[in-house]
Design a protein around this ligand. Structure first.
Ligand SMILES: [Fe+2]
Length: 204
C-alpha cells in the first residue's frame, strides 16, 4: 500500500466513524485565533509546488527529514455545517527548525526537501488532509503548525496547532497563555499508526 492510498482510506474511516461524535464538533466553539507570526511565506517565497503533501516536493528525489504524519479534519461553520471549497493553508519549520521565508535567518541549513507551506481545498463534507512532518521546536517556540483558512475569498482564521503535553509547551509565551479550556481545540492528538494521524476540525 503506498503512502497516498493509506491516509485516504484512514481519512474515510475516521470521517465516517469518529468525526460525527467528536466532542469538538458538538461544541461549535470557533477555533481560537493566534498570531500569524513572522514566517508566513508570501506566494513568491513558496515553492511552485504548494500541494497538500509537504514531505515531497514535485521533481525532488528525496523526501523531507522528520517524522511523517497526517493532519486531517474538516472546516465547519459555527453551526457545524461543513464548508466546501475552503482553502486551508499550513506552514511550519522543517526538521532543522527553519522556515521557507526570506526573513529566515538560518536559511542555509534549511531542509531542501521540505515544502514548508502547503494548501488543501475542502471537499463537499468540508474535509481537508495534509501529509507533513510532526512539528519540532525552534529557539523560543514549542512545536506548532501554523494554519490559515480562506473561505469565499476572505481570510477567515489564522491559528496555531500544538502537540499536547510537549515539555516545551509551558515555556512557550503563546501556549502558556492559552486558557486550558481552549487548548483541546488546537491540540494535534496523533495516533500510534505507522504514519501517525491527527484529526482536527477548524471551526470558523
Ligand atoms: Fe512558528
Amino acid at each position: 500500500m503506498n503512502n497516498l492510498t493509506k491516509p485516504s482510506r484512514r481519512q474515510f474511516l475516521l470521517s465516517a466513524l469518529l468525526l460525527p461524535f467528536s466532542s469538538l464538533a458538538r461544541s461549535g466553539q470557533p477555533t481560537p485565533v493566534y498570531g500569524e507570526g513572522p514566517f508566513y511565506p508570501t506566494p513568491k517565497m513558496r515553492y511552485p509546488d504548494t500541494d497538500s503533501d509537504l514531505v515531497k516536493i514535485s521533481g525532488a528525489v528525496r523526501a523531507a527529514g522528520g517524522e511523517i504524519v497526517i493532519v486531517s479534519g474538516r472546516v465547519l461553520d459555527r453551526s457545524l455545517r461543513p464548508l466546501k471549497n475552503a482553502r486551508v493553508e499550513i506552514w511550519q519549520c522543517d526538521v532543522n527548525g527553519r522556515y521557507i521565508h526570506d526573513g529566515e535567518p538560518y536559511w542555509q541549513t534549511r531542509d531542501q526537501s521540505f515544502q514548508g507551506f502547503g494548501h488543501a481545498i475542502t471537499d463537499a463534507e468540508g474535509r481537508y488532509q495534509f501529509r507533513t512532518i510532526k512539528p519540532v521546536p525552534y529557539p523560543g517556540r514549542c512545536p506548532h503548525i501554523h494554519a490559515k483558512v480562506w473561505y469565499q475569498g476572505k481570510d477567515r482564521l489564522t491559528t496555531q496547532l500544538f502537540l499536547p503535553n510537549h515539555p516545551l509547551n509551558e515555556r512557550d509565551g503563546l501556549y502558556r497563555h492559552i486558557p486550558k479550556s481552549e487548548r483541546e481545540r488546537v491540540h494535534l492528538n496523533f495516533d500510534s499508526a505507522d504514519e501517525p494521524m491527527a484529526t482536527i476540525d477548524l471551526i470558523i
